[in-house]
Design a protein around this ligand. Structure first.
Ligand code: GRG
Length: 316
């Protein structure tokens, strides 16, 4: 074991396994410590930008993407993690990209929201120009972090990881999905159009999180790759289906962001297209699909199984 991160991923014969709730809390704390270490100090010039980057990234959040990296990492290392630094780098990088997307998504030119993670959004707490720069700088830092994961990581695997995250974040992934989302305001989308948008906007980064963890220690076989793709497709869509259900069923205080925003902005959602009952039924089917994919994958899939259940039954 080379670091504290390795210690919590020891296999059962070497350390008492954590139950799933304790494991999630441990992973959350782990990635927050890594982010705290990797983000420039708020006192470093330019202080306002660095303080805002820390505000955006360290201010709460479920850390689902980081947990997917760690869970898939357990599968990749078959429980015995010798290079925890590579997983830490990937977990921090996906959380930085995610934080950047939330900062930009909340800006007046996009979703125009004043509340995120139970606090004023970055452009409200700081200002719009700073919020724009926070997103830019977090995106760059994510790739900087990913390009120097650990002395043990091979150059080829590092390049593969950078490419994976770049594709997931760009116009074929998250940013592209956001563009379709913005263009869909006031439109009546067919289900397949909405699904395509969500798979890009939300699903691409969740997919990258799983694959970054899963390929940390070794290359997946063709059969394993197919099972991983099936798993990420299911949880990626499920995450947004549940998000749309929560948007209509849950209050602002619980969500930590403004509830009912989609209807307010006349945006097509899973609920507006399928109806509430069918949206909930779809979330259940997607959980079954994720479970079946993990059965096909085999190996150390316990944490991934727990995260699939968490994603499809989350309450905030
Ligand atoms: C401006 C170039 C440019 C790109 C912007 C803004 C953007 C790209 C993409 C937005 C993508 C986006 C906001 C997707 C929403 C995904 C989603 C459901 C976010 C909420 O995730 P949670 O619930 O949040 O995991 P926490 O706060 O728990 O981390």
């Amino acid at each position: 074991m080379t670091s504290a991160a390795g210690a919590r991923l020891q296999p059962a014969h070497r350390a008492a396994p954590l139950d799933d709730a304790a494991w999630m809390q441990t992973m959350r704390t782990q990635v927050e410590q890594v982010l705290d270490r990797m983000l420039p100090p708020g006192e470093m010039l330019p202080q306002r930008l660095h303080a805002a980057m820390r505000y955006a990234t360290l201010g709460g959040g479920k850390r689902v993407r980081a947990m997917l990296v760690y869970a898939a990492g357990e599968w990749s290392y078959a429980g015995a993690v010798d290079d925890a630094a590579a997983l830490d780098a990937a977990a921090a990088a996906v959380e930085m990209i995610h934080a950047y997307s939330l900062v930009h998504d909340d800006m007046p030119c996009m979703d125009d929201d004043a509340l995120r993670r139970g606090r004023p959004t970055v452009h409200v707490a700081f200002d719009e120009a700073t919020a724009l720069l926070v997103g830019d700088a977090l995106q760059s830092l994510a790739f900087e972090v990913l390009s120097a994961p650990s002395p043990q990581a091979s150059a080829a695997r590092t390049v593969e990881a950078i490419s994976l995250l770049a594709t997931a974040s760009g116009s074929h992934g998250m940013a592209g999905g956001q563009a379709i989302d913005l263009a869909s305001v006031g439109q009546a989308l067919a289900w397949h159009e909405l699904e395509t948008m969500h798979r890009a906007k939300t699903g691409a980064l969740l997919r990258a999180s799983v694959l970054l963890g899963a390929t940390a220690a070794r290359s997946a076989s063709e059969r394993e790759r197919a099972a991983l793709e099936r798993f990420t497709a299911a949880i990626g869509l499920a995450f947004q289906v549940v998000d749309d259900v929560l948007d209509v069923e849950t209050d602002t205080a619980t969500l930590g962001k403004t509830a009912g925003k989609d209807a307010m902005h006349d945006k097509p959602t899973v609920v507006s297209v399928l109806g509430l009952g069918e949206a909930k039924a779809l979330a259940k089917r997607l959980r079954d699909e994720a479970e079946a994919a993990l059965d096909a994958l085999g190996g150390e899939v316990g944490r991934l199984r727990h995260l699939a259940a968490f994603i499809t039954a989350r309450t905030s």
